[in-house]
Design a protein. Structure first.
Length: 362
C-alpha cells in the first residue's frame, strides 16, 4: 500500500480579510473610494442644510426673545445661500425698535457668514447707511452712521460677545447737521452675569468732534481707549428715569478699569467707578495720571467753564504735586478725580460745574 508523505504544516495560517481590506484591495479600490466620498458628501450636505434650517430657527427665536424684552424686530427678507461653502445669510431691511429704551435702529441690509465647521461664530457686515433714532434722554435726534468699511463678529456661547470694527466712521445728526468722525473705531460687548453683567471695550483713533460743539480743548481727539464693567445690577432696560432709578437702587454701577485719552494738550490715564445719585446725576471717584493740565485749565478758563479764581488755585496746587516721569517727558500729576453734587474736583480743587442731565419722566 502506497504511503503518502505527511503534508508540511503551514507556518503562517491564512487569515480572513477584514472589510477594510476587502474594499480597498485591487480593482475594488476606485469603487470603494467613490462610495465613501458619496457617503461623506451626503452626510455633509445633510449637515449643511440642517445648519441652514437651525440658523433660521435661531434667528426667529432671537426675534421672539427681543419682542419679549420690548424690542420690536422687523425685516423684509431672509435668505441663505453658499452651498457647499460657508452659509451666507442675508437679512434685508432690518429694524429694531426698543420702545422702553426710546430708540430705533434701522439698517438697509445685514450680511452674515457662518462656517459649518465653526457654527458658534458669526461674521459679517452692515450695508449702510444705518439710522439711529433716539426719542428720549439728553441726546434726542436722528443719527445717520456711514462707514467706509465695517465688520462684526459674534460668538454664541454662555457669555455671548459681539465685536465691531469700523473704518472711516461718519456719524451725523440729521436734525442739526453736526458730524462726528473717526478714522477707526473698534468695540467689543460681552454679556455676563453676577457680579459683572456686561463688559464694554472701546478704542477709537483720529476723532474729529463737531465744530458746533466748540470744544475747549479743540476738535481733535487723537486717541480714546475705554473699558467698562457693569456691576451690581443688570443693565437698565432703557434710558429713562424709571429704569435708571431701579438700576440705581439695586446697586448698579460702572467700573471703569481703563480710561486713556489724548485730547488736544490733555493726556490722561485712569480708572475708577461711577454711578447715579438720588437725582440721577453722575457721581464717581477716579485715580488719574494727567499731563498737559496747565494748558487744559487755561483752555477751560477761556470759555469760562472754570472761574478765574479756581483756575489760578488749581494751577498752583497741581503744580506743587507735579513730577517728571521716569525716563523724562512732560510733568505729570497723579490725583483723585471726583464727581459729586454736579461738581468735578481734581484733587482738593473743585474745578468746574457739570451740566445737569434731564431724563425723561422726571
Amino acid at each position: 500500500m502506497a504511503q503518502h508523505p505527511p503534508s508540511t504544516p503551514e507556518r503562517f495560517p491564512k487569515k480572513s480579510r477584514t472589510v477594510f481590506e476587502t474594499l480597498f484591495t485591487g480593482r475594488r479600490l476606485p469603487i470603494s473610494l467613490l462610495v465613501l466620498l458619496a457617503i461623506g458628501a451626503g452626510a455633509y450636505s445633510a449637515w449643511w442644510f440642517w445648519l441652514a434650517g437651525e440658523a433660521r430657527a435661531r434667528f426667529e427665536s432671537w426675534v421672539e426673545a427681543e419682542q419679549a424684552e420690548g424690542r420690536n424686530v422687523s425685516y423684509e427678507n431672509y435668505t441663505v445661500s453658499g452651498f457647499p461653502g460657508p452659509l451666507v445669510i442675508y437679512v434685508d431691511t432690518l429694524r429694531i425698535d426698543h420702545i422702553p429704551g426710546g430708540w430705533t435702529l434701522s439698517m438697509p441690509a445685514v450680511d452674515v457668514t457662518l462656517k459649518p465647521w465653526k457654527f458658534n461664530i458669526l461674521t459679517g457686515s452692515v450695508r449702510g447707511p444705518a439710522n439711529l433714532s433716539v426719542r428720549t434722554g439728553p441726546a434726542t435726534g436722528v443719527y445717520q452712521l456711514r462707514m467706509t468699511q465695517n465688520t462684526f463678529r459674534a460668538v454664541i456661547r454662555r457669555a455671548a460677545s459681539l465685536d465691531l470694527a469700523f473704518q472711516g466712521v461718519d456719524i451725523q445728526n440729521l436734525g442739526t447737521g453736526e458730524t462726528l468722525r473717526a478714522d477707526n473705531l473698534t468695540t467689543s460687548l460681552t454679556r455676563g452675569s453676577v457680579p459683572i453683567y456686561a463688559t464694554l471695550e472701546l478704542e477709537a483713533n483720529g476723532i474729529t468732534l463737531p465744530a458746533t460743539l466748540n470744544a475747549a480743548l479743540g476738535d481733535e481727539v487723537k486717541s480714546l481707549q475705554l473699558r467698562i464693567d457693569a456691576s451690581g445690577a443688570d443693565l437698565p432696560s432703557g434710558l429713562n428715569a424709571n429704569s435708571l432709578e431701579a438700576w440705581r437702587v439695586n446697586g448698579g454701577a460702572f467700573d471703569v478699569t481703563n480710561l486713556s485719552i489724548i485730547h488736544g494738550p490733555l493726556g490722561m490715564k485712569g480708572a475708577g467707578t461711577f454711578a447715579l445719585d438720588g437725582n440721577l446725576q453722575p457721581v464717581g471717584a477716579f485715580t488719574a495720571k494727567i499731563t498737559g493740565y496747565n494748558a487744559a485749565i487755561d483752555a477751560l478758563s477761556r470759555i469760562k467753564a472754570i472761574p478765574p479764581g479756581n483756575a489760578a488755585i488749581a494751577k498752583i496746587v497741581l503744580g506743587a504735586i507735579a513730577k517728571v516721569p521716569n525716563g523724562g517727558g512732560p510733568k505729570m500729576i497723579e490725583v483723585p478725580l471726583t464727581a459729586q453734587d454736579r461738581y468735578l474736583s481734581v484733587g482738593p480743587v473743585q474745578l468746574l460745574r457739570l451740566p445737569r442731565i434731564v431724563w425723561p419722566d422726571r
